[in-house]
Design a binder for this molecule. Structure first.
Ligand SMILES: *[C@@H]1O[C@H](CO)[C@@H](O)[C@H](O)[C@H]1NC(C)=O
Ligand SMILES: *[C@@H]1O[C@H](CO)[C@@H](O)[C@H](O)[C@H]1NC(C)=O
Ligand SMILES: *[C@@H]1O[C@H](CO)[C@@H](O)[C@H](O)[C@H]1NC(C)=O
Ligand SMILES: *[C@@H]1O[C@H](CO)[C@@H](O)[C@H](O)[C@H]1NC(C)=O
Length: 434
């Protein structure tokens, strides 16, 4: 007991001094961590390391088992960072990601009918990520109200943030993103989560406006950053929406941070839509210089080649950071053609002087299933993926060979463990010159 206390005291001292101090403007009050706030990683990283086949990487990761573990911007909380098990884009997922050491926390920014900005991955996923269909007065406002399955036709609904007001949105409960296609009533439609996730925390997850997300993340112990993602509304919400343009929406997202006096170096704005990124670069250079272009333009072999060829022109237009899905960065090669190596995209991005962030690890089924299920994130390396422990081999190629600056994760502990073991602190916003 005595030694335990001593060890905890040593860990605590280390934790406080190890907090990243970068990216803070002079004069700004440093956030003082609560002395009793510990980063907690839980059993999963140990399970993954234990499942690795023997290698120097396994030895290295085992040697880090007792930490110390501190917050790192290399670890980006995807839809909060607890998303593997906890309803996405909720206070609960975000505080879980924060507790697991994510230095950067995500809010996908959608808009409501009255132009309120809220955290939701898609403008039109309320029927699968919230309980809206169980609230008749709001369900009636859905773009496509619920229709039950009838033997030949699956159950259907389409509910968008733009169907309801911000006040109405805040009365909803967050749930795991799922639906039951056979449902004959809205109650049964709520289920259907894949069996490797869980519905354990489907207990009315707390939804967030962009503003309440800013308040939450700013109140967390330690230095934390924000990564708001501007959505490209689906064709079901044509823009401009009642006169609301994409440009105004892109500006409103940044203005929300300005209004709150948030240091631009704590904000990593992201978008899949190049004009949004160019708008930030030109109109808000303090934010734009380290905004993130999310690149999913390489979905077919021909488009992949075109996406690689386009990288220098993105850099020439002022983009400093690209964020493709992780399978764009990896391929199978080596002398026996059975090694995971950087792809032509990874090499091209580095050659163009671009920094790379990627997504999303811990979003896939158990890795033994990724080949059979044609999982998106492992699609370029599925032929050599067999077991869960390989997750850290994949992350190691991304970190040390591709040279990524950070990675989104549905379970932040997994990435925080690796990043602490290798001393990775993530990107530094102040390094990017407008
Ligand atoms: C199910 O609904 C579809 C579309 O409304 C209809 O064409 C079909 O006949 C229905 N099937 C049954 C078994 O009721
Ligand atoms: C899906 O819906 C059907 C029909 O309402 C129901 O019988 C079944 O139990 C539901 N499945 C789940 C997993 O809730
Ligand atoms: C490939 O690129 C073409 C031309 O830009 C585009 O029309 C098409 O949708 C792309 N395909 C995919 C699967 O992204
Ligand atoms: C290497 O393996 C990959 C994946 O199995 C395959 O697509 C590719 O054609 C192989 N390359 C060579 C040169 O054999």
């Amino acid at each position: 007991m005595f030694f335990y206390k001593l060890a905890m005291t040593a860990l605590l001292a280390n934790y406080v001094t190890a907090l990243p101090q970068r990216g803070r403007t002079p004069g700004q009050k440093p956030s003082t961590p609560k002395s009793d706030y510990y980063i907690s990683l839980g059993p999963r990283p140990y399970y993954l390391v234990n499942d690795m086949t023997p290698s120097p990487l396994k030895d290295r990761l085992e040697s880090c088992e007792n930490g110390p573990f501190s917050i790192t911007d290399f670890s980006i909380g995807h839809r909060g960072g607890g998303t593997l098990q906890i309803p996405e884009a909720t206070v609960e997922s975000t505080t879980a990601g924060a507790r697991m050491g994510a230095g950067v926390l995500e809010c996908d920014v959608a808009f409501t009918r009255d132009r309120g900005l809220v955290c939701r991955h898609s403008l039109c996923d309320l029927h699968t990520t919230t309980n809206i269909l169980l609230k008749p007065e709001l369900a009636a406002k859905c773009s496509v109200p619920f229709t039950p399955a009838n033997g030949t036709r699956p159950a259907n609904a389409l509910c968008c943030t733009s169907d309801i007001t911000m006040a109405e949105y805040m009365t909803l409960c967050g749930k795991m993103d799922s639906f039951n296609a056979s449902a004959r009533n809205p109650q049964d439609y709520q289920f259907g989560t894949p069996n490797w996730r869980t519905e354990l925390y489907n207990q009315c997850g707390s939804l967030m406006s962009l503003d309440s997300f800013i308040t939450l993340v700013d109140s967390l112990p330690g230095h934390r950053s924000f990564t708001p993602e501007l959505k490209t509304p689906p064709s079901t919400v044509p823009m401009p929406f009642n006169g609301y343009t994409q440009e105004q929406y892109a500006s409103d997202m940044i203005e929300a941070f300005i209004r709150r006096g948030i240091d631009p170096n704590r904000v990593w704005a992201q978008s899949f839509n190049p004009p949004d990124v160019f708008l930030w670069i030109n109109k808000y250079p303090q934010f734009g210089k380290h905004s993130v272009y999310l690149d999913e333009a390489g979905e077919t072999p021909a488009n992949f080649t075109a996406a690689v060829a386009r990288l220098p022109s993105l850099a020439a237009q002022g983009v400093n950071i690209v964020a493709p899905p992780m399978q764009y960065l990896l391929t199978v090669g080596g002398p026996n053609n059975n090694t995971i190596v950087p792809s032509a995209y990874a090499i091209g991005a580095r050659a163009a002087g671009l920094d790379i962030i990627t997504w999303t690890i811990e979003r896939s089924p158990p890795l033994a299933r990724v080949a059979a299920t044609r999982d998106y994130y492992y699609s370029t390396i599925a032929s050599v993926i067999r077991r869960d422990g390989q997750l850290y081999e994949v992350l190691d190629v991304l970190a040390r060979q591709v040279g990524i600056k950070g990675i989104f994760s549905d379970w932040s502990a997994t990435v925080t463990y690796y990043a602490n073991c290798f001393g990775l602190e993530g990107p530094v916003a102040a390094d990017y010159k407008p």
